[in-house]
Design a protein around this ligand. Structure first.
Ligand SMILES: [Zn+2]
Length: 254
């Protein structure tokens, strides 16, 4: 594909990201995703469509609300940017229904990662949405059933073991059942080998981040980190690396 389509898909992705921001803000508060229209979280002023252009409006307004001068969270342009890059990559590199399904999966996973990061909770509705997309993927033949079952098994069993280990080591429940459910749907999507690599990557990165925070703020055994952002970041990374290297990634690790 050419660069024009790449720009088009990036732009469509930022609009998608703009909707994800609405979900991230409203779903944990059980607010309607449709009503009311977009408004400033400080002064509640409605945002007209010409001031609601993804990325562009934030840059033009230097991150401030036009009505009350309140700070707009950098979350908004960041989610729009990430979603734009993901949509552009998927539509340029994947084919047919697989590209649409992967875009839906990635977008929902970005939302789950962000909500877990903010609230330490994974909404079941989003997990069920991912599962629904995967069932459609199995029916259309984009996800092989054998790979899905193997991945689901590895995801649930390994995460269950990590959960048990953290409980035995720290005497507190480090992970919730939301993480197990996430392990299930990630496994179905990735298959057993990539799911195992994802878990390894997520544990490694989260440990590094935990050590980094401890070095800055002092050691606190009770400091909890949301695990979904690490799992999802690692899953995306493994998915893209596997796309370029194919089975090479397995040989690299064995
Ligand atoms: Zn305002």
């Amino acid at each position: 594909m050419d660069w024009e389509s790449s720009v088009l898909f990036f732009f469509l992705g930022t609009i998608g990201g703009s909707f994800l921001n609405v979900v991230i803000y409203r779903l944990p508060q059980r607010l309607s995703l449709i009503h009311p229209r977009s408004h400033c979280t400080h002064c509640k002023a409605k945002i007209p469509f010409y001031r609601n252009i993804p990325l562009v409006s934030f840059i033009l307004q230097i991150g401030k609300c036009k009505e009350c001068n309140g700070q707009i969270s950098p979350q908004y342009p960041l989610v729009e940017l990430i979603t734009g890059i993901v949509w552009s990559w998927c539509f340029l590199n994947l084919e047919g229904t697989g590209s649409v399904l992967t875009v839906l999966l990635f977008s929902t996973l970005i939302t789950i990662a962000w909500i877990d990061g903010l609230t330490m909770n994974i909404p079941l509705k989003l997990i069920l949405f991912v599962l629904g997309v995967e069932i459609v993927g199995c029916l259309l033949g984009d996800i092989s059933l054998r790979k899905a079952l193997g991945g689901a098994f590895i995801g649930v069993i390994c995460l269950g073991l990590i959960m048990l280990l953290t409980f035995l080591l720290t005497k507190r429940q480090g992970m919730g059942f939301g993480d197990l459910q996430l392990g299930l749907v990630l496994g179905i999507w990735l298959g057993s080998v990539n799911m195992a690599l994802t878990l390894f990557g997520a544990s490694f990165i989260s440990l590094l981040v935990w050590l980094g925070i401890s070095a800055r703020k002092g050691l606190n055994k009770n400091r909890a980190l949301p695990f979904a952002p690490f799992l999802i970041f690692s899953a995306g990374l493994v998915f893209v690396i596997d796309f370029y290297l194919g089975v090479g990634i397995i040989q690299f690790f064995i």
